[in-house]
Design a binder for this molecule. Structure first.
Ligand code: C5P
Length: 216
């Protein structure tokens, strides 16, 4: 079959990136983690001391920013202005504020354009919040992956064991990020009308991957 584009959206911690990476590897497609792009920008702004309350300044700095995604054996590397920022973008510090930067319209326009360019030749598995609705409305397969807040917090907890965060804190953070992502005005987290909804609360990763592949 011809190469297609696959959009995977859903709330924080649903396991989208792990699943998207595995689907991409099975199909020999390119995996694009759009959350990593918002995280890289957030890390950069925090470093420069630019608050999300100052969108003009954020946009001014974002203007000449060069973001590159590079494939890597266990996931993907993110480079910003020629520097590998992959090790910094998953920190709790970045997670806590990324949604506040992600609601800045001009920043989204810039990143969405970049994401659309990456998918022009098809054969892309892209995960995020607005892929099926805004970035790739013509994607051949659209998946909306969810799981309960409790289950998502638990999954993140196992990933972050060394950061000294409690499960309760993670649950609160995830619920708050869901709220911000769903309530923002510009491309909120929303299920596309033609998306397949996968509630993964009681599924393991391989079951989710097989389910998605069965639609491709
Ligand atoms: O997917 P991940 O949890 O890494 O995304 C981090 C944050 O980036 C999300 O909570 C959301 O605020 C933002 N994001 C977005 N649109 C996307 C991907 C991520 O707004 N397509």
């Amino acid at each position: 079959r011809d190469r297609i584009n696959i959009a995977i959206d859903g709330p924080a911690g649903a396991g989208k990136s792990t699943v998207a990476r595995m689907v991409a590897s099975r199909l020999q497609y390119i995996y694009v983690d759009t959350g990593a792009m918002y995280r890289a920008v957030t890390w950069f702004m925090l470093n420069q001391g630019i608050s999300p309350e100052n969108p003009e300044k954020v946009l001014q700095l974002a203007q000449n920013m060069v973001i590159e995604l590079k494939p890597h054996e266990n996931g993907q590397m993110v480079w910003l202005n020629g520097e590998d920022v992959t090790p910094y973008i998953r920190s709790h510090q970045v997670s806590a504020v990324v949604s506040q930067y992600a609601r800045i319209e001009g920043l989204r326009i810039k990143l969405v354009r970049l994401q659309q360019q990456m998918a022009l030749d098809k054969g892309v598995v892209m995960d995020g919040r607005d892929i099926g609705t805004t970035v790739l409305p013509d994607a051949e397969v659209k998946i909306f992956m969810t799981a309960s807040v409790k289950e998502r917090a638990l999954r993140r907890f196992h990933e972050l064991s060394d950061e000294g965060i409690t499960l309760e804190q993670l649950e609160r953070d995830i619920a708050e990020r869901d709220r911000l992502d769903q309530e923002r005005e510009v491309s909120p987290l929303r299920c596309a009308e033609d998306a397949i909804i996968l509630d993964t609360t009681h599924m393991d990763i391989n079951q989710v991957v097989e389910a998605i592949l069965s639609y491709c």
